[in-house]
Design a protein around this ligand. Structure first.
Ligand code: ZN
Length: 201
């Protein structure tokens, strides 16, 4: 254990910062020092922002997104196509798709993926709620935007089976060559998926 260089309050700040994703102990120390140096311009406003967000954060009862009001900004946006439901495992995936700006639809956050090894079954995810949403007459397409991992694809198959009698088109994200990707660097699984799912130009 390295010796503490500051009082317990500052050490606690560093320890908490070190728990953030992407920050190890060294960068947490650097971040803490930066905050301390910028007490007025950064630490004060950040403290206020954290307190406000902490007091107001709610999970949308409709889609599972995180926001400061329920129903959330996405669910109440009248400009979105209500006939398309994008199913994601996590809120981070919803936010990533929104950053890409490729789809203007409604979402459904499952809260994870099926994982028998970790003991995560259908009852641990919001699959029942998804079924009732997908059976609403307004919904015409369900896009399964799940990870291209074993768990993600298992979950996609499970949902596809459950939706076979619903009056919706079930689609999933394409697998293949990433934008800007070079074929020589791709793994065999990705390359063969790209060949199998080739599209007409
Ligand atoms: Zn919502």
């Amino acid at each position: 254990m390295p010796k503490a260089v500051a009082g317990p309050e500052i050490e606690r700040l560093i320890q908490l910062l070190a728990r953030l994703p992407g920050l190890g102990p060294r960068s947490a120390r650097r971040a803490a020092l930066h905050l301390i140096k910028k007490r007025d311009q950064l630490m004060g406003p950040l403290t206020d922002a954290l307190e406000t967000a902490h007091a107001k954060i709610v999970v949308c009862a409709t889609c599972g997104n995180i926001d400061t009001h329920d129903p959330c900004t996405v669910c109440t946006d009248p400009g979105r196509d209500a006939s398309v439901l994008v199913v994601v495992a996590d809120v981070a995936d919803l936010w990533a798709l929104e950053r890409a700006g490729a789809v203007s639809a409604r979402y459904h956050v499952l809260g994870g993926t099926l994982s028998p090894l970790d003991g995560i079954g259908p009852q641990d995810l919001t699959i029942d709620a998804l079924m009732s949403r997908a059976h609403q007459p307004a919904v015409k397409e369900v896009i399964l935007a799940l990870n291209a991992t074993v768990d993600g694809q298992t979950t996609a198959h499970y949902i596809t089976d459950l939706l076979h009698d619903a009056n919706v088109k079930v689609t999933r994200l394409a697998h293949g060559v990433p934008v800007g990707g070079e074929l020589d660097y791709l793994d065999e699984g990705t390359l063969s998926a790209a060949i199998r799912q080739r599209t007409l130009i």
